[in-house]
Ligand binder design. Structure first.
Ligand code: GLA
Length: 374
């Protein structure tokens, strides 16, 4: 059993394309970014977790043998949820003291929750001498968010936080969990623009979208063989058999089905270095999220419109769940400075909000960081 403290890091993510497709068994193309959550863990004699968050300047303590641990609507739900899911899965954890620091902006759509789940998961597993496959760990972290924290998210965020690689985008098949790492060209940068707005309805609207997709599947499965998710339906089949669906459900399905196709086309464009085509697909994705899926916001639309007017921008779109949060922009290296200044200035002029702009590098997934203690 380890006695010394150890430190782990798990990154946030930005999704290049493939939005609201993960929980439809579809395709996504996220990138792990160079903003991480860090956890230093050291063993405790008793089966307790003492977790301190530097960001919230708070410490909590829970008993690992308490059978009634439940959601509190608190930041600690994520790390505690991971511990609970590991235990439920049969991994006996050793007591631990955890010190958590997040540099992923919290609640901005860059997966600060997946980052804390994965960093905690790695720390608890190492501290307890538990052997677990990284795919299993990703699924348990997702389960913690679904069943403990109460958000019905898909697998994208936890998966890329574990499997991301430097200078690569990760194209994931969310059904089989098979993935391809696609090199990002050197002559572009990923720029994330934070609208600094988060709308209240985000969580309930997310769950509502999921329910609408499920309603679509239920109807389409009556006409098309072997349909268990929207992943299994083509646009032609939707057009042919979706006529009796409520109009809003029809549009939700159309977004997911066309978005899946866009991810596959975008992967080929990236392989061929065709950034113009990649950018065109990002623009289509944004339109579809705005008009068919209705998860964009005025601020996100504005940020995207401003970006498109600037030289050297291949593509711009909202990223993540939506209803505020961030946009992702693919920008030619030589135009990065101009882009950042101009978008920030124009956005502030219209909204009176000062956006945060992050020029990101695609980074490695979760790892132990030697010789570091928080
Ligand atoms: C959130 C969820 C993900 C995914 C995106 C939308 O980030 O955590 O699982 O569904 O929204 O693509």
């Amino acid at each position: 059993m380890p006695t010394e403290s150890r430190t782990f890091r798990a990154p946030g993510r930005v999704n290049l394309i493939g939005e609201h497709t993960d929980y439809n068994d579809g395709f996504v193309m996220p990138v792990a970014i160079d903003l991480s959550t860090w956890v230093t863990v050291s063993p405790l004699e008793q089966r307790k977790l003492q977790i301190r968050s530097e960001n919230f300047d708070e410490e909590i303590e829970v008993d690992l043998d308490d059978q009634n641990l439940a959601r509190r609507g608190h930041w600690s739900d994520y790390p505690v949820g991971v511990a609970v899911m590991l235990e439920r899965d049969g991994h006996r954890l050793r007591g631990a003291k955890l010190h958590v620091r997040s540099e992923v902006p919290i609640g901005s759509g860059l997966s600060s929750s997946a980052a804390i789940e994965v960093a905690t998961g790695c720390a608890l597993v190492a501290n307890s001498g538990v052997k677990i496959d990284a795919r299993e760990l990703a699924l348990l972290c997702q389960k913690a968010e679904n069943e403990f924290a109460g958000a019905r998210v898909g697998i994208m965020d936890q998966f890329v936080s574990l499997f991301g690689e430097e200078q690569k985008a990760l194209m994931l098949d969310c059904r089989s969990l098979e993935f391809e790492l696609l090199p990002l060209p050197d002559n572009v940068r990923l720029i994330i623009c934070n609208t600094m707005v988060k709308h209240e309805l985000a969580a309930s609207a997310y769950n509502e979208r999921r329910a609408q997709c499920e309603a679509g599947v239920k109807h389409l499965a009556k006409f098309v063989a072997n349909v268990t998710a929207l992943r299994d339906v083509t646009v032609e089949q939707l057009e042919q058999f979706g006529r009796d669906l409520p109009e809003v459900v029809y549009r939700r399905c159309r977004h997911v089905i066309t978005e899946n196709a866009r991810v596959l086309t975008a992967a080929r464009a990236l392989e061929q270095g065709d950034l113009k085509e990649f950018g065109r697909l990002m623009a289509e994705s944004h339109r579809s999220l705005r008009d068919d899926y209705e998860v964009s916001s005025e601020e996100l639309d504005l940020m995207v419109e401003l970006a498109r007017k600037i030289e050297g921008v291949y593509g711009a779109r909202m990223t993540g769940g939506g209803f505020g949060g961030c946009t992702v922009n693919l920008v030619a290296v030589e135009h990065v400075a101009e882009f950042s200044n101009r978008v920030a200035e124009s956005y502030e002029e219209v909204t009176k909000l000062k956006p945060e702009i992050y020029i990101c590098s695609a980074s490695n997934g979760a790892e132990e960081v030697p010789n570091k203690t928080l």
